[in-house]
Design a protein around this ligand. Structure first.
Ligand code: 13P
Ligand code: SF4
Length: 293
């Protein structure tokens, strides 16, 4: 069906193994956004969660962006409401607002610049301000505050990823005890007490690049378990241990191979972002690319 429709399938690193296997590109949120702009296809089937597909639609107004299911929503993105954002804007009129790409297009449209977990530190460093409003993930906010030394005001106060907060320090320490020689890698959406004990902190694709270039053989992974499929496929000689094997993003897993097939066959569900929102959201995303080039 993919060949018949001349479609390109983009899948996030957390997608089910069988979806990763049929995808033309598997990556993190920033990699997928860039790929969406570069692909030469009329149809992009985007297998991930809502905000990622919206980003692809915002960047590709002339392409048909399809998603396999309507229910795959990121709960963290839903934690940031426009009204909250506007209140903070009023309270801190001179402070730049950076939004993680894990936000809906209508909120992205209100910010100065977007970032991802792969470039959040770089983006904050590029801004000419010692204080920054940052949302919606308060754990990533703490991480960038520590790395940059800037005052980072989380918006809202305690937005979080329900999957990454499942990693608890005591559980991770137990796994470390079992595999004392293993490298501990964590996503910055984890709790600070978890990312602060990690040997490497990064986005999903940064972790995958790190593993490829590392001489070490054992890795404990503190992020959604879908990434382990990619790591094992790319590095069959290395061993990957989940820091918590029930760390599953149920929203990412709503997409199935059957739903991908039906989406292509029936050319559904099309992602549409109103042009006025898309224009402003695009500016914030493009600013992120400019600041990190
Ligand atoms: P990455 O940008 O690292 O892929 O993260 C996206 C995400 O949703 C993490 O939970
Ligand atoms: Fe959202 Fe967390 Fe799922 Fe990533 S893992 S899509 S942040 S709920």
């Amino acid at each position: 069906m993919k060949r018949e429709k001349r479609a390109v399938v983009l899948a996030h690193n957390y997608q089910r193994a069988e979806i990763q296997e049929v995808a033309d590109y598997v990556g993190d949120s920033v990699g997928l956004s860039r790929e969406a702009m570069e692909v030469d296809a009329e149809i992009i089937l985007f297998s991930a969660v809502d905000f990622m597909a919206e980003t692809a639609a915002v960047l590709n107004p002339d392409k048909k962006v399809l998603i396999p299911s309507l229910g795959a929503r990121c709960p963290m993105a839903a934690m940031l409401q426009i009204d909250t954002l506007r209140e903070y804007r009023k309270r801190y009129p001179k402070v730049p607002l950076v939004l993680y790409v894990n936000t809906l297009a209508e909120t992205k449209a209100e910010c100065d610049v977007c970032c991802t977990s792969a470039n959040a530190v770089e983006i904050l460093e590029a801004l000419d301000s010692d204080t920054v409003l940052f949302g919606p993930d308060c754990n990533l906010a703490r991480y960038v505050a520590e790395k940059t030394g800037k005052t980072v005001i989380p918006v809202p106060e305690s937005g979080f990823c329900p999957t990454h907060v499942l990693f608890l320090k005591e559980d991770v320490l137990k796994v470390k005890e079992e595999y004392p020689g293993a490298v501990l890698m964590a996503h910055p959406e984890c709790r600070p007490e978890v990312w602060s004990i990690a040997d490497y902190v990064g986005s999903t694709s940064q972790m995958s690049r790190f593993v490829k270039s590392s001489k070490e053989r054992e890795f404990i992974i503190a992020t959604e378990v879908g990434l382990l499929h990619r790591l094992r496929r790319e590095n069959p000689e290395k061993e990957f241990i989940p820091a918590y094997e029930d760390a599953i993003c149920v929203n990412m897993k709503i997409n199935t191979l059957e739903k991908l097939y039906l989406a292509l066959r029936d050319e559904r569900y099309s992602v549409k972002v109103p042009e006025s929102t898309a224009t402003k959201a695009r500016e914030a995303i493009m600013r992120m690319f400019e600041l990190t080039e």
